[in-house]
Design a protein around this ligand. Sequence first.
Ligand code: ADP
Ligand code: ZN
Length: 218
Amino acid sequence: MIIVILGAQGSGKGTVGVKVAEELGLVHISTGDIFRENIKNETELGKEANTYILAGNLVPDELTNRILMDRLSREDVLEKGAMIDGYPRTEKQCYDLDAMLANIDRKVDLAINLDVDYDELISRITTRRVCKSCKEGYNTEYNPPKVEGVCDKCGGPVVQRDDDKEDAVRQRLDIYYANAEVVLNHYAKDGKLRVEKAGDKIGRTSKEVTADLIRDLK
Ligand code: ADP
Ligand code: ZN
């Protein structure tokens, strides 16, 4: 099974996607994580991608498609299927993904959209933190590490992502909303879209969304 998980920055799609993928035995593929891994290891690809990422812009398709196709071509994806997070983000990427999957004789079976209110997204992203070493996620408001700046799990440094500063966040959300409708429609028109509303305002947490998805998809 191939699932794409859609939703704005801060919608919780990262957390939900990892958990659901784990429960369903799917390989979790995040384009953002692959870029960050390359930036950390100072690869050529990482250096190039980082100029776009720091400005809150999308990385050009040529580069992004290359890293995604590489990842999709590995044996584990064919064996287990995948949960794809962070792709597609534009209409063109929807078609590119269809083509990439056709290459490995697969297709998108389900698209999940996590729908969260704009104001809530801004506050969630600017308060989120991540462990630099093990990638565990935290939030200064409702899920801080026990010791400030130190990861509970591995003792690594808990930091804010450079692109989680408010200006870059607004820039990314603008880009997200400019493209969201066509991306959602791409899957809705084939009856593959499942919308999950979440957020404090409607009293539905990411945990509940995760539990519902696992119950329905397992
Ligand atoms: P966010 O969704 O908060 O932007 P991600 O971790 O998904 O964070 O991605 C980080 C950055 O990597 C993005 O801001 C963008 O620059 C780049 N990126 C990730 N996925 C894509 C994609 N599908 N197309 C273009 N750029 C991407
Ligand atoms: Zn850690």
